[in-house]
Design a protein around this ligand. Structure first.
Ligand SMILES: Cc1cc2nc3c(=O)[nH]c(=O)nc-3n(C[C@H](O)[C@H](O)[C@H](O)COP(=O)(O)O)c2cc1C
Length: 183
């Protein structure tokens, strides 16, 4: 399959089969994330894989934020999660001097790692969904994440129970989001 075919067919999955994902496959996903590019090659990430029942219960709780909102009402049926946690980025002195912020590139870096992981998941026959919202203090309490290490996103991972036909992509038109040489 060409890369663009993969791009057209990848989509977020919100319904999973009741089938575990092996550590081998989860590790392959993390390997794809680990190899992603990052600013100054700082690799400001840690991948926290959650695949055991007790830990999954805790993750389901951490995916509900104060006030009760969640981006994942179907969380109980997710076979595994991978949290992408931001770490301190050891960037070049010139970057730090200019931006005054070691974390300037970190969220973009984590997005790149996530994308690598999602395409690797697709290639392995798995499905994923990014979950952007989580309760940081519960994450720290439940999983021993050190303070200041922000969970930027969580990937839900499993075997899709959705219909095989990819949904039509809902995206802004190309002309709206692309211009050449001038804004
Ligand atoms: C940063 C981020 C956070 C997201 N959070 C959620 C979420 O909490 N719940 C959810 O169901 N989907 C979430 N998504 C998935 C988006 O809704 C989805 O990528 C978008 O609608 C495009 O659909 P597609 O992935 O099927 O192409 C998130 C995606 C990103 C990139």
């Amino acid at each position: 399959m060409s890369f663009m075919d993969m791009v057209y067919q990848r989509e977020s999955c919100r319904s999973y089969q009741d089938k575990p994902v092996s550590r081998e496959l989860l590790t392959k996903m993390v390997e794809a994330g680990r190899l992603a590019p990052s600013g100054c090659n700082a690799q400001p990430w840690k991948f926290l894989v959650i695949d055991e029942p007790e830990a999954k219960k805790k993750m389901c709780e951490a995916l509900v934020v104060e006030g009760g909102a969640t981006g994942c009402p179907w969380r109980d049926s997710v076979p595994a999660f991978i949290a992408l946690v931001e770490q301190h980025a050891n960037v070049m002195p010139a970057v730090l001097d200019y931006y005054g912020d070691s974390q300037r590139f970190a969220q973009g870096d984590i997005g790149m790692a996530a994308m690598n992981m999602m395409y690797e998941a697709d290639d392995l026959g798995l499905a994923t969904c990014v979950l952007g919202m989580s309760d940081q203090s519960k994450m720290e309490e439940f999983f021993g994440i050190p303070e200041g290490h922000t969970v930027r996103m969580v990937l839900a991972v499993g075997y899709s129970a959705e219909s095989k036909e990819p949904r039509k992509k809902v995206r802004k038109p190309l002309e709206e989001v692309c211009s050449f040489n001038q804004w």
